[in-house]
Design a protein around this ligand. Structure first.
Ligand SMILES: [Zn+2]
Length: 162
């Protein structure tokens, strides 16, 4: 059975909730992408699925690094050191929840469109221009990397969390 586990390296990690100090820490940039960071992304994806979220940031599994994952409309994202380098002026309201603030939903104003530069799981530079709900998810997760989550300042999504 050892071989069996060897081919299933992913693992569901525990999502920490409001009150855990790691959520108030500013996440640090990833300096080097090693197997550990790739494993982190895989685990974040697995954990997001298990908790039925649409996004999850590394601090939410008690790892203070600038990494988050998201899944929306069949597409999966795993981004390292994300930076919002452009955004629309227009904002839109939407109701969000957060896996780290169970049971709470809040209406949050978000930028309609953003352009994000980041590294992918393999260290390639990527530029994404999400709009609408995906832009909202990205903004929610990036908020987790810079400050504590708050019901009015971070979100999640219809019936699910990030
Ligand atoms: Zn959240």
């Amino acid at each position: 059975m050892a071989e069996f586990w060897a081919v299933i390296p992913m693992a569901v990690r525990k999502v920490v909730t409001l009150g855990n100090p790691v959520l108030r820490q500013k996440a640090q940039p990833v300096r080097k992408i090693t197997k550990a960071e790739q494993r982190l992304i895989d685990d974040l994806l697995e954990t997001m699925e298990a908790y039925e979220g649409v996004g999850l940031a590394a601090p939410q599994v008690a790892v203070p690094l600038r990494v988050f994952v998201a899944r929306w409309e069949g597409q999966t994202y795993g981004l390292i050191n994300p930076v919002i380098e452009w955004h629309s002026e227009e904002k839109v309201k939407g109701t969000e929840g957060c896996l780290s603030i169970p049971g709470v939903q809040a209406e949050v104003n978000r930028l309609l469109r953003i352009r994000v530069r980041a590294l992918d799981r393999n260290g390639n530079s990527v530029v994404l221009e999400p709009e609408g709900w995906l832009a909202r998810i990205f903004q929610h997760e990036i908020d987790h990397l810079r400050r504590a989550p708050s019901p009015g300042g971070t979100p999640p999504l219809p019936g699910s969390g990030g």
